[in-house]
Design a protein around this ligand. Structure first.
Ligand code: DC
Length: 226
């Protein structure tokens, strides 16, 4: 049976495998995958390059807000772009990861990103991952999944990802960064990371990607008869 034009919102803590899972789900159902964290990372990279955030993470919000009006950030071949420049590698660095959570607390930044995400999601049939997709960006999403896993497993996964890209990382630094981001993401005033009331929890600490797909397919069959 044909899958209806639904939105699948996947939220959860950093490095719970949201994006890997979301990509596979999108591929399985021929939906479009949209990575909301990439937009926060892109804004962070933009702010760092243009001096709107300093080493102590002090943010010049009025100037950043003005500059966002002219920021052309979008997804293209190979990932995230600002104008015609692919910034996918840059936005995955530890330098950007270290500043993205403070940037994501700024309401002006959240408004900018939310607007883009809703534009990108207009046609539905999307899988979007982030922290507030089911609560704020698409509160009407038909399927909401909240992902979690133990901090140790998350740190190992993120470190392996970064090492595969040639970054020299220490597992304790990665874990520290994850825990800091969890804290900031869950305690900020605007759209904190939280589980939507109607979201289903997926703790994948001990699950392979295949296990997760079996889990999801059962839910899709129950809810949408497909
Ligand atoms: O998913 P990620 O690690 O690439 O996200 C990077 C940061 O962006 C994360 O620390 C919090 C922020 N973020 C957010 O506040 N809201 C979202 N919907 C997605 C990401």
């Amino acid at each position: 049976m044909q899958i209806p034009d639904i939105i699948i919102a996947i939220d959860g803590y950093s490095s719970t495998g949201k994006s890997s899972f979301a990509k596979i789900v999108a591929n399985e159902f021929s939906f479009t995958y949209l990575d909301s964290g990439a937009l926060y990372r892109a804004v962070t990279f933009f702010a760092m390059e243009n001096g709107f955030i300093d080493e102590e993470c002090t943010i010049d919000v009025p100037e950043l807000d003005k500059a966002l009006a002219g920021l052309d950030v979008h997804f293209g071949k190979g990932g995230t772009y600002i104008g015609d420049r692919c910034i996918e590698t840059e936005i995955r660095s530890l330098a950007v990861a270290g500043k993205v959570s403070p940037i994501a607390t700024v309401p002006e930044v959240r408004n900018f990103v939310d607007k883009k995400l809703r534009e990108f999601g207009q046609k539905r049939r999307i899988v979007m991952d982030g922290r507030d997709i089911g609560t704020t960006v698409f509160p009407d999403a038909e399927l909401k999944i909240f992902m979690t896993a133990s901090a140790e497993i998350r740190a190992e996964r993120r470190a392996a990802e970064m090492r595969a890209k040639g970054e020299d990382v220490n597992i304790e630094d990665v874990k520290q960064n994850l825990l800091e981001r969890d804290y900031i993401d869950s305690h900020r005033e605007t759209s904190p990371l939280s589980k939507a009331e109607d979201a289903i929890t997926l703790d994948n600490s001990d699950m392979t990607i295949e296990d997760q797909m079996v889990w999801l397919k059962e839910i899709m069959a129950e809810r949408f008869g497909c």
